[in-house]
Design a protein around this ligand. Structure first.
Ligand code: MCN
Length: 791
């Protein structure tokens, strides 16, 4: 079925309440920590208190002798058992043709620690309290080394790894430098900008948690883990680290309380518990404390960039030149190298016709927690840089924020950017026009005057983003360095009574797949949504899967389900044709009924399902019994959601406090399955974007490498009172290459919003002489900027 027919089916575009709400709102969710296995013990990790140190010795004798202790494991035990380090799933090749530096990432430190929170030892005991007490008794003799935390200091700092003597991981570039330089030489105007994209700490509501268990009778492991992609977790764990056959390990990611990217990765804890479960023949649980999450979850962003835009005298973009230093942290996390390259630089065309773009990225190791994908993963960094630069260029040329954007927007599709991506569809002018209407630009001057009258300043900021979701055709991903395919798998199992169970390789951890995927299946089969259940997150039940990230689940996972439904429909038509004594070519299927053109013959979907499983009247020579189909779908391109976000802020110059007064987002997600769930996704994403723009900033002490923002007291997350009621709308240009016409929506809010907020802050502060500002615009920093501008 094509996307144009699909969008008109019942239940598509319906704001059905989430099937999972009853479970979650009544406390019925089952998260990893809620699960207790027979014979369960508890693990506690001894983590490095130093950012950079050699380990001279570890004395575990007292810990081993402590009450209830079952085992104490250190790096030497890992080495003795010949476990590999954590693998990196993406290879970036430097401009000189050499592969990125890929130092070992041991699951327990091998002679050296490289960030505060690095894993030194694991203690397993009968109770959590006993494990904690024994962990206190592990004596580690450290020889402390100097630490580096800032990406721009890495080149001059003491090396973290033998494999990277200058702490340099790779230098990567895209675009035609000579053409860009020529365009700059001929430009009427050049706008320049230095900016920092602040490091963020993910803070999913549910901390990471793991239970490792082993069955001696069958030689099988079961791993419960709060994770976004259980099959990928299993593949990395078995094939790359432990050398186990995959079928001997079952990974279950039950209800997961948010991930935002931070639960994509294979972490040291996951391997340690699986490994020790067999050694001790016990099931073992570990649940991160919040302070452990702060130091050990993969962080996000952390770029320092210089950008230049060349323009003609009318404000048309001629060329863009960008250099970015990206912080990888102490080790390469699972997909880290791809974030500041493939998912960042390729997005720097934005919505604009900039004919020439050249981007250079240097990635560095520092004594900080590893950095990897965090909601948006590279695209927020690209959007922030570009949308700040565009607004600045407009101001320098005396053009309003919407005007400079309009002058440069792409209008012809498909559009090939100079940085590899090809946008299939879009309507950027309609998005900005609608956003302008909803944001009441006409009333802005009056609102500014009212703010002034009360001693405040008011400003407005635009951001017209485009992003790439549903990564990516496997062959292209492979050519770009991915060490995995990026397809998805779906299985549709029709039961004899006509109800359906769908198995998807995507993982829902707040996105509502159990509802929206059920809507897709119910719409196609003409049955009620409550007749469809969705199963995910279990390698023992789902055939295969690449998981959830990059807002891919509907566009890729949903398309796999659509392919399986095509197969179901084809087979069901044959059964129906047999029942109606007709040719299957004459059978039509709509609204759950099979009919024969030009006759009044019909059979229902339920009758066909029953016939498939009770094949008394069945063409067994031509058809197998059963109605159960599996499909794999490999996308042929990214999907390209786009939108314009407009933020309006009011600032009190006396305190530096920024209040977001209005936030308008008009987005194009193609065909929308459930508008309420999509709005929820946009709300969450924009709230996170406002968090980055106004509050959140991970700070390490530059001398000691200690994490200064290591708790909720020091790391400011946005609260409900910080977020206004959003004004949202959507327009649709259906994705041209998947059967749903849908584009991803899960990250758009976090991608589009930060530059809108900061452009608004700068607009408001212009009359006070403030011209530059790095996120977050927290009161102290804004007040400081206002004071500095006075002198
Ligand atoms: N949807 C829809 N119509 C569309 C697009 C999506 O109805 N045109 C629905 C989907 O069917 C799905 C939801 O909206 O129910 C999000 O879909 P999609 O955009 O495909 O994104 P994913 O499901 O792949 O979710 C991943 C995305 C990412 S990458 C991050 S990070 C993120 C996010 O989703 N993390 C989240 N949203 C989150 N929401 C919660 N509550 N928790 C997280 O950790």
């Amino acid at each position: 079925m094509g996307a144009s027919d699909f969008v008109n089916l019942p239940n598509i575009g319906a704001s059905i309440r989430r099937k999972e709400d009853y479970r979650f709102l009544t406390g019925g969710g089952q998260y990893t920590d809620d699960i207790t296995l027979a014979n369960q013990s508890y693990a506690v990790f001894v983590r490095s208190p130093h950012a950079h140190a050699n380990i001279k010795g570890i004395d575990t004798a007292a810990a081993r002798a402590a009450p209830g202790v079952l085992g104490v494991f250190v790096g030497a035990d890992v080495a003795a058992d010949k476990l590999n380090g954590l693998p990196c799933g993406w290879l970036i090749t430097s401009t000189d043709g050499t592969p990125m530096k890929e130092p070992p990432h041991p699951i327990l430190a091998q002679g050296k620690v490289r960030y505060v929170g690095d894993h030194v030892a694991m203690v397993v005991a009968e109770t959590l309290e006993q494990a904690k007490n024994a962990a206190e008794l592990v004596e580690v003799d450290y020889d402390v080394l100097t630490a580096v935390v800032k990406v721009t200091d890495a080149a001059r700092a003491a090396p973290l790894h033998d494999a990277a003597p200058d702490n340099h991981c790779y230098k990567w570039a895209i675009g035609d430098k000579a053409q860009v330089d020529a365009a700059f030489a001929a430009a009427a105007h050049v706008t320049k900008l230095d900016l920092v994209n602040n490091r963020l700490i993910p803070n999913a509501m549910e901390p990471r948690a793991v239970i490792g268990s082993y069955n001696r009778a069958t030689d099988e492991y079961t791993l419960y883990v709060s994770n976004q992609n259980p099959h990928v977790e299993r593949l990395l764990l078995t094939a790359f680290v432990m050398g186990l056959p995959e079928h001997k390990v079952r990974v279950i990611a039950p209800d997961v309380g948010g991930g935002f990217g931070s639960k994509i990765y294979l972490y040291a804890e996951d391997v340690c518990l699986t490994w020790a479960a067999k050694k001790l023949n016990r099931s073992i649980k570990w649940t991160a404390e919040r302070s452990e999450s702060f130091v050990s979850d993969a962080h996000g962003r952390d770029h320092v960039s210089h950008a230049e835009m060349a323009l003609d005298k009318d404000g048309k973009f001629l060329a863009l030149r960008v250099h970015t230093n990206a912080n990888m942290g102490a080790y390469l996390s699972t997909f880290a190298p791809s974030i500041p390259t493939i998912l960042y630089a390729t997005l720097l065309a934005g919505q604009y016709t900039t004919p020439q773009i050249y981007v250079e990225v240097d990635a560095w190791f520092t004594n900080t927690a590893p950095v990897d994908a965090y909601r948006g993963a590279g695209r927020p960094e690209a959007t922030y840089l570009l949308e700040r630069l565009v607004t600045r260029a407009g101001w320098e040329l005396g053009l309003a924020q919407d005007e400079i954007r309009r002058r440069n927007m792409i209008t012809q599709f498909p559009y090939q950017t100079p940085v590899a991506l090809q946008y299939d569809v879009g309507d950027f002018h309609s998005l900005i026009n609608r956003a302008n209407e909803l944001a009441d630009i006409a009333g802005l001057e009056q609102r500014k005057a009212a703010s002034r009258a009360s001693g405040k300043v008011r400003g407005i900021g635009y951001s017209s983003y485009i992003e790439a979701c549903g990564l990516a055709p496997s062959n292209i991903a492979g050519a770009l360095g991915a060490r995995a395919g990026l397809f998805e798998c779906g299985e549709v199992r029709v039961h004899p009574t006509g109800s359906v169970t769908v198995f998807t390789g995507s993982h829902s951890h707040g996105q509502g797949h159990e509802t929206t995927f059920a809507q897709v299946v119910a719409a196609r089969l003409g049955i009620a949504v409550d007749q469809v259940d969705v199963v995910h997150g279990d390698t023992g039940r789902v055939p295969f899967g690449m998981g959830t990230y990059g807002s891919r689940s509907l566009a890729v996972g949903g398309s796999a389900i659509m392919k399986a439904l095509d197969k179901i429909e084809t087979k069901a038509k044959k059964i129906a044709a047999h029942l109606m004594e007709a040719s299957d070519a004459d059978v039509e299927f709509a609204n759950g009924e099979f009919t024969i053109k030009g006759t009044d013959k019909k059979v229902t979907f339920g009758q066909v399902a029953l016939t498939a499983y009770v094949p008394h009247n069945y063409p067994l020579d031509k058809l197998e019994p059963g109605l159960n189909e599996t499909a794999f779908y490999d996308p042929t391109n990214f999907t390209f959601p786009a939108g314009t976000h407009i933020c309006e802020v009011e600032i009190d110059p006396a305190t530096g406090e920024v209040r977001v007064d209005r936030f308008t987002a008009v987005d194009d997600f193609g065909t929308i399955i459930n508008p309420m769930i999509v709005a929820g996704q946009v709300h969450g994403g924009v709230a996170q974007g406002i968090g980055q723009a106004l509050f959140e900033r991970c700070v390490y002490d530059e001398e000691s490498g200690q994490l200064l923002t290591g708790s909720m007291m020091d790391y400011a997350m946005p609260r409900a009172e910080d977020i206004p009621n959003f004004t949202l709308d959507t327009l649709s240009t259906p994705c041209s290459h998947n059967p749903l016409g849908s584009k991803g929506c899960g990250e758009a809010g976090a991608i589009g919003s930060p530059p809108a907020v900061i452009n608004a802050v700068l607009d408001a502060l212009k009359p006070l002489g403030v011209t530059e500002f790095d996120m977050p615009a927290s009161p102290g920093r804004v007040w400081q900027a206002i004071e500095s501008a006075k002198h």
